[in-house]
Design a protein around this ligand. Structure first.
Ligand code: ADP
Ligand code: MG
Length: 260
């Protein structure tokens, strides 16, 4: 079943088309990677889907219904969660609290603002806590055990990136948007992250993964879509896309290009 589909999605900044007539589709249970050099429109695509920006034209259909015109919180409530290229976790909160604040607002207000600990509130707190720990254990022991109660600021960089994903998973989104989740990681952490993304998918999530280094997405994607100057220039299997002359040219044309 098609979960998300965009039709001729277009967004201009001044005279520049950051995303141009972009047709994209993802089925339930897939991992689709979006690759492309810096500035090719990948993050703008996420900003459009998550409602941060309004498209100039085109449509975004989620479960067959248009998201255009909805606020980011309304889109989030429909089951779309995202991470950002730059980390947005709360350094002075604990690891566990970072996931708890990502949970449903009802639980949030009960957990943090209730002075009267009724039995119901306690039960909800306990359930929320257990759920948060379950999500944190997706990353094996890296975020659990004593670390649950450590401030997020004390975590290694790689663990903070992992925590950002857990926070996005707090409400069990139907669609998870990951914007360069391995950015700044070393090669072995990057390989581990790609494995973990596949494991998260196997738990029943649908994932769109943005990555500028096409080598990184090779083993982790069911399909790859390549962008350049806001347009889709190729799509298909990872190898097929990496060998596409338009893709090679897009990467070679940019300084600092990385190619498989
Ligand atoms: P990517 O994530 O692929 O590196 P972006 O989507 O961030 O690329 O950017 C695509 C293009 O849109 C770039 O030319 C960028 O400078 C421009 N752009 C993105 N966001 C804005 C904005 N808020 N205002 C003006 N220009 C923007
Ligand atoms: Mg980006």
């Amino acid at each position: 079943m098609v979960l998300l589909e965009t039709i001729n999605l277009t967004k201009y900044f001044g005279g520049i088309s950051a995303v141009k007539k972009f047709n994209f589709k993802i089925n339930e249970g897939e991992i689709v990677s979006i690759i492309g050099p810096n500035g090719s429109g990948k993050t703008t695509f996420f900003n459009l889907v998550s409602g941060l920006y309004k498209p100039d034209s085109g449509d975004i259909l989620f479960e067959g219904e248009s998201l255009v015109g909805l606020r980011p919180d309304q889109i989030s409530n429909k089951g779309i969660a995202r991470t950002y290229q730059t980390l947005r976790i709360f350094g002075n909160m604990t690891v566990l609290e970072n996931v708890l604040v990502g949970m449903h607002p009802r639980l949030q207000s009960n957990f943090f603002h209730s002075l009267l600990h009724t039995l119901k509130v306690r039960r909800e707190e306990k359930e929320a806590r257990e759920e948060a720990i379950k999500i944190l254990s997706y990353f094996k022991g890296r975020l659990t055990g004593p670390r649950l109660n450590h401030p997020a600021s004390s975590l290694s960089y790689a663990n903070r990136r992992r925590l950002e994903i857990c926070r996005a998973l707090a409400n069990h989104p139907k669609l998870l948007l990951l914007d360069e989740p391995a950015a700044g990681m070393n090669p072995s952490e990057t390989i581990e992250m790609m494995e973990q993304i596949k494991e998260i998918r196997d738990k029943g999530y649908t994932i769109i993964l943005i990555e500028h280094d096409m080598k990184v997405v090779m083993g982790a994607s069911d399909r790859v879509v390549a962008m350049d100057h806001g347009e889709k220039i190729a799509e298909g299997g990872a190898l097929e896309v990496a060998r596409n002359p338009l893709v090679i040219e897009a990467y070679l044309g940019k300084k600092g290009a990385q190619i498989a």
